[in-house]
Design a protein around this ligand. Structure first.
Ligand code: SAH
Length: 253
Protein backbone atom coordinates (compact mmCIF):
# COMPACT_ATOMS: atom_id res chain seq x y z
CA UNK A 1 0.00 0.00 0.00
CA UNK A 2 1.39 3.40 -0.95
CA UNK A 3 0.66 6.62 0.85
CA UNK A 4 0.44 10.16 -0.54
CA UNK A 5 4.15 10.84 0.04
CA UNK A 6 5.24 7.84 -2.03
CA UNK A 7 2.77 8.70 -4.78
CA UNK A 8 4.11 12.27 -4.93
CA UNK A 9 7.71 11.03 -5.08
CA UNK A 10 6.74 8.55 -7.73
CA UNK A 11 5.00 11.25 -9.80
CA UNK A 12 8.07 13.48 -9.62
CA UNK A 13 10.33 10.63 -10.71
CA UNK A 14 7.94 9.44 -13.43
CA UNK A 15 9.63 11.28 -16.31
CA UNK A 16 12.91 9.40 -16.03
CA UNK A 17 11.48 5.91 -15.83
CA UNK A 18 11.28 3.49 -18.72
CA UNK A 19 7.84 2.41 -19.91
CA UNK A 20 7.73 -1.06 -18.29
CA UNK A 21 8.84 0.28 -14.95
CA UNK A 22 6.48 3.20 -15.31
CA UNK A 23 3.50 0.91 -15.84
CA UNK A 24 4.52 -1.21 -12.85
CA UNK A 25 4.81 1.98 -10.81
CA UNK A 26 1.39 3.11 -11.99
CA UNK A 27 -0.05 -0.24 -11.07
CA UNK A 28 1.28 -0.02 -7.51
CA UNK A 29 -0.07 3.53 -7.26
CA UNK A 30 -3.45 2.36 -8.55
CA UNK A 31 -3.68 -0.25 -5.79
CA UNK A 32 -2.69 2.25 -3.11
CA UNK A 33 -5.28 3.12 -0.51
CA UNK A 34 -7.83 5.71 -1.58
CA UNK A 35 -6.63 9.24 -0.91
CA UNK A 36 -8.51 11.99 0.86
CA UNK A 37 -9.68 15.07 -1.07
CA UNK A 38 -6.72 16.97 0.46
CA UNK A 39 -4.42 14.25 -0.87
CA UNK A 40 -5.81 14.63 -4.40
CA UNK A 41 -5.48 18.43 -4.12
CA UNK A 42 -1.82 18.01 -3.22
CA UNK A 43 -1.24 15.68 -6.20
CA UNK A 44 -3.03 18.14 -8.49
CA UNK A 45 -0.94 21.10 -7.31
CA UNK A 46 2.23 19.04 -7.87
CA UNK A 47 0.99 18.07 -11.35
CA UNK A 48 0.46 21.72 -12.30
CA UNK A 49 3.88 22.81 -11.04
CA UNK A 50 6.02 19.94 -12.34
CA UNK A 51 4.25 18.90 -15.55
CA UNK A 52 2.76 22.17 -16.73
CA UNK A 53 4.32 25.36 -15.36
CA UNK A 54 7.86 23.93 -15.52
CA UNK A 55 7.35 23.04 -19.18
CA UNK A 56 6.58 26.64 -20.06
CA UNK A 57 2.81 27.17 -19.71
CA UNK A 58 2.65 30.56 -18.01
CA UNK A 59 -1.03 31.49 -18.53
CA UNK A 60 -2.25 31.87 -14.94
CA UNK A 61 -5.90 31.30 -15.87
CA UNK A 62 -5.04 27.95 -17.46
CA UNK A 63 -2.90 26.95 -14.45
CA UNK A 64 -5.75 27.91 -12.09
CA UNK A 65 -8.29 25.93 -14.14
CA UNK A 66 -6.01 22.86 -14.13
CA UNK A 67 -5.62 23.23 -10.37
CA UNK A 68 -9.37 23.41 -9.87
CA UNK A 69 -10.73 20.49 -11.97
CA UNK A 70 -10.71 17.18 -10.00
CA UNK A 71 -9.18 14.93 -12.68
CA UNK A 72 -9.57 11.87 -10.41
CA UNK A 73 -13.37 12.24 -10.74
CA UNK A 74 -13.09 11.70 -14.51
CA UNK A 75 -11.39 8.28 -14.46
CA UNK A 76 -12.63 4.88 -13.36
CA UNK A 77 -12.21 4.19 -9.65
CA UNK A 78 -9.14 1.94 -10.02
CA UNK A 79 -7.27 4.72 -11.90
CA UNK A 80 -8.03 7.49 -9.39
CA UNK A 81 -4.64 7.42 -7.68
CA UNK A 82 -2.81 7.68 -11.01
CA UNK A 83 -5.10 10.41 -12.36
CA UNK A 84 -2.34 13.02 -11.84
CA UNK A 85 0.50 11.18 -13.60
CA UNK A 86 2.12 12.57 -16.74
CA UNK A 87 0.20 10.18 -19.00
CA UNK A 88 -3.00 9.69 -20.97
CA UNK A 89 -5.24 7.10 -19.25
CA UNK A 90 -7.87 4.67 -20.57
CA UNK A 91 -11.51 5.79 -20.24
CA UNK A 92 -13.18 2.77 -21.86
CA UNK A 93 -14.05 1.82 -25.43
CA UNK A 94 -10.36 2.08 -26.47
CA UNK A 95 -10.41 5.85 -25.81
CA UNK A 96 -8.17 7.91 -23.55
CA UNK A 97 -8.26 11.01 -21.36
CA UNK A 98 -5.41 13.21 -22.68
CA UNK A 99 -2.18 13.79 -20.76
CA UNK A 100 -2.58 16.85 -18.46
CA UNK A 101 0.21 18.79 -20.23
CA UNK A 102 -1.45 18.37 -23.64
CA UNK A 103 -4.80 19.56 -22.22
CA UNK A 104 -3.01 22.65 -20.86
CA UNK A 105 -1.19 23.33 -24.17
CA UNK A 106 -4.48 23.15 -26.10
CA UNK A 107 -6.38 25.33 -23.64
CA UNK A 108 -3.60 27.94 -23.59
CA UNK A 109 -3.36 27.94 -27.40
CA UNK A 110 -6.98 29.04 -27.91
CA UNK A 111 -6.40 32.09 -25.61
CA UNK A 112 -9.68 32.29 -23.76
CA UNK A 113 -10.45 35.40 -21.72
CA UNK A 114 -13.83 34.41 -20.14
CA UNK A 115 -16.63 35.51 -22.50
CA UNK A 116 -16.06 33.07 -25.36
CA UNK A 117 -18.25 30.36 -26.82
CA UNK A 118 -16.14 27.24 -27.34
CA UNK A 119 -16.66 24.02 -29.29
CA UNK A 120 -14.86 20.84 -28.30
CA UNK A 121 -14.83 17.75 -30.53
CA UNK A 122 -14.30 14.47 -28.64
CA UNK A 123 -15.84 14.84 -25.18
CA UNK A 124 -14.46 11.51 -23.92
CA UNK A 125 -14.87 11.58 -20.14
CA UNK A 126 -15.53 15.34 -20.11
CA UNK A 127 -12.27 16.39 -18.42
CA UNK A 128 -11.05 18.86 -21.03
CA UNK A 129 -14.57 20.31 -21.38
CA UNK A 130 -14.49 20.97 -17.62
CA UNK A 131 -11.13 22.77 -17.90
CA UNK A 132 -12.42 24.82 -20.86
CA UNK A 133 -15.58 25.70 -18.94
CA UNK A 134 -13.44 27.45 -16.29
CA UNK A 135 -11.91 29.63 -19.02
CA UNK A 136 -14.88 30.54 -21.23
CA UNK A 137 -18.56 31.50 -21.00
CA UNK A 138 -19.99 28.34 -22.55
CA UNK A 139 -18.72 25.07 -23.93
CA UNK A 140 -20.47 22.88 -26.49
CA UNK A 141 -18.88 19.46 -26.79
CA UNK A 142 -19.62 16.64 -29.24
CA UNK A 143 -18.87 12.94 -28.66
CA UNK A 144 -19.30 10.17 -31.22
CA UNK A 145 -19.91 7.34 -28.75
CA UNK A 146 -23.25 7.37 -27.01
CA UNK A 147 -22.00 5.70 -23.80
CA UNK A 148 -19.17 8.24 -23.40
CA UNK A 149 -21.48 11.19 -24.16
CA UNK A 150 -24.07 10.11 -21.60
CA UNK A 151 -21.38 9.28 -19.00
CA UNK A 152 -19.74 12.69 -19.45
CA UNK A 153 -23.11 14.50 -19.33
CA UNK A 154 -24.02 12.81 -16.05
CA UNK A 155 -20.56 13.37 -14.51
CA UNK A 156 -20.35 17.06 -15.49
CA UNK A 157 -23.82 17.67 -14.09
CA UNK A 158 -22.98 15.86 -10.84
CA UNK A 159 -19.79 17.93 -10.45
CA UNK A 160 -21.74 21.15 -11.04
CA UNK A 161 -20.37 22.30 -14.43
CA UNK A 162 -23.46 24.19 -15.57
CA UNK A 163 -22.04 25.89 -18.69
CA UNK A 164 -21.22 22.72 -20.66
CA UNK A 165 -23.59 21.17 -23.21
CA UNK A 166 -22.81 17.62 -24.33
CA UNK A 167 -24.09 16.27 -27.67
CA UNK A 168 -23.75 12.88 -29.28
CA UNK A 169 -22.89 12.87 -33.00
CA UNK A 170 -20.23 13.27 -35.65
CA UNK A 171 -18.15 16.21 -34.47
CA UNK A 172 -16.11 16.28 -37.69
CA UNK A 173 -19.16 18.17 -39.03
CA UNK A 174 -18.91 20.69 -36.20
CA UNK A 175 -22.11 21.86 -34.54
CA UNK A 176 -23.74 24.31 -36.92
CA UNK A 177 -26.72 25.03 -34.63
CA UNK A 178 -24.64 27.17 -32.25
CA UNK A 179 -21.90 28.40 -34.64
CA UNK A 180 -19.81 30.50 -34.90
CA UNK A 181 -17.34 29.69 -32.10
CA UNK A 182 -14.55 31.87 -30.70
CA UNK A 183 -12.47 28.79 -30.01
CA UNK A 184 -12.51 25.19 -31.27
CA UNK A 185 -10.57 22.36 -29.62
CA UNK A 186 -10.36 19.03 -31.44
CA UNK A 187 -9.37 16.20 -29.08
CA UNK A 188 -9.00 13.44 -31.69
CA UNK A 189 -6.46 13.10 -34.52
CA UNK A 190 -7.65 14.28 -37.94
CA UNK A 191 -6.11 13.37 -41.32
CA UNK A 192 -6.55 17.06 -42.31
CA UNK A 193 -8.30 20.12 -40.85
CA UNK A 194 -12.05 19.35 -41.08
CA UNK A 195 -13.51 22.02 -43.38
CA UNK A 196 -16.84 22.48 -41.49
CA UNK A 197 -14.90 23.30 -38.32
CA UNK A 198 -12.89 25.99 -40.10
CA UNK A 199 -16.17 27.45 -41.40
CA UNK A 200 -17.66 27.55 -37.89
CA UNK A 201 -14.88 29.71 -36.41
CA UNK A 202 -15.54 33.44 -35.74
CA UNK A 203 -13.38 36.15 -37.26
CA UNK A 204 -10.29 36.28 -35.00
CA UNK A 205 -11.18 32.84 -33.61
CA UNK A 206 -8.66 30.09 -32.94
CA UNK A 207 -8.78 26.36 -33.47
CA UNK A 208 -6.34 23.76 -32.16
CA UNK A 209 -6.37 20.38 -33.88
CA UNK A 210 -4.01 17.37 -33.98
CA UNK A 211 -3.30 16.65 -37.65
CA UNK A 212 -1.20 13.87 -39.16
CA UNK A 213 -1.02 10.09 -39.55
CA UNK A 214 -2.71 7.54 -37.32
CA UNK A 215 0.37 7.08 -35.12
CA UNK A 216 1.83 10.57 -34.75
CA UNK A 217 0.46 14.03 -35.25
CA UNK A 218 1.31 17.65 -34.58
CA UNK A 219 -0.96 20.14 -32.84
CA UNK A 220 -1.87 22.78 -35.41
CA UNK A 221 -3.15 26.18 -34.28
CA UNK A 222 -5.29 27.97 -36.89
CA UNK A 223 -6.33 31.60 -36.55
CA UNK A 224 -8.99 33.13 -38.80
CA UNK A 225 -8.31 36.65 -40.18
CA UNK A 226 -10.43 38.23 -42.91
CA UNK A 227 -11.88 34.85 -43.84
CA UNK A 228 -8.34 33.40 -44.26
CA UNK A 229 -6.34 31.17 -41.91
CA UNK A 230 -2.84 31.44 -40.57
CA UNK A 231 -1.39 28.30 -39.06
CA UNK A 232 1.27 27.54 -36.49
CA UNK A 233 2.69 24.12 -35.58
CA UNK A 234 2.80 23.46 -31.83
CA UNK A 235 3.68 20.20 -30.03
CA UNK A 236 4.06 16.71 -31.51
CA UNK A 237 1.30 14.55 -30.04
CA UNK A 238 -0.53 11.25 -30.24
CA UNK A 239 -4.34 11.15 -30.15
CA UNK A 240 -6.95 8.51 -30.90
CA UNK A 241 -8.39 8.90 -34.43
CA UNK A 242 -11.15 11.35 -35.34
CA UNK A 243 -13.88 9.30 -36.98
CA UNK A 244 -16.77 10.50 -39.11
CA UNK A 245 -17.31 12.27 -42.42
CA UNK A 246 -14.20 14.52 -42.21
CA UNK A 247 -12.10 12.12 -40.15
CA UNK A 248 -10.61 8.66 -40.77
CA UNK A 249 -13.33 6.74 -42.61
CA UNK A 250 -11.64 3.34 -42.61
CA UNK A 251 -10.66 3.13 -38.93
CA UNK A 252 -12.71 0.91 -36.67
CA UNK A 253 -12.21 1.06 -32.92
N1 SAH B 1 -11.21 15.43 -24.39
C1 SAH B 1 -11.34 14.09 -23.88
C2 SAH B 1 -10.42 13.08 -24.54
C3 SAH B 1 -10.86 12.75 -25.88
S1 SAH B 1 -10.35 11.23 -26.55
C4 SAH B 1 -11.21 14.02 -22.38
O1 SAH B 1 -10.89 15.04 -21.74
O2 SAH B 1 -11.44 12.94 -21.85
C5 SAH B 1 -11.06 11.46 -28.12
C6 SAH B 1 -12.56 11.30 -28.17
O3 SAH B 1 -12.97 11.66 -29.48
C7 SAH B 1 -13.02 9.86 -27.96
O4 SAH B 1 -13.93 9.83 -26.89
C8 SAH B 1 -13.71 9.51 -29.29
O5 SAH B 1 -14.84 8.69 -29.10
C9 SAH B 1 -14.09 10.88 -29.80
N2 SAH B 1 -14.32 10.99 -31.25
C10 SAH B 1 -13.69 10.37 -32.27
N3 SAH B 1 -14.20 10.79 -33.45
C11 SAH B 1 -15.20 11.67 -33.16
C12 SAH B 1 -16.12 12.43 -33.96
N4 SAH B 1 -16.13 12.38 -35.29
N5 SAH B 1 -17.00 13.22 -33.31
C13 SAH B 1 -17.01 13.30 -31.96
N6 SAH B 1 -16.18 12.61 -31.16
C14 SAH B 1 -15.28 11.81 -31.76
Amino acid sequence: MLGLKQILTSLRAGKERRTGEKLAGMHSMSTAKTLTEEGYTELRDAMVETQIRKRGIADERVLRAMRSVPRHEFVESHWKNVAYTDEPLPIGGGQTISQPYIVAVMCAAVHLESMEKVLEIGTGCGYQAAVLSCLAREVHTVEYREELASGARERLQRLGYGNIHVYCGDGSLGLAAFAPYDGIVVAAAAPHVPEPLAQQLTEGGRMIVPVGGEEHQVLLLLTKHGGKFSSERKEPCRFVPLLGRHGWKDVWI
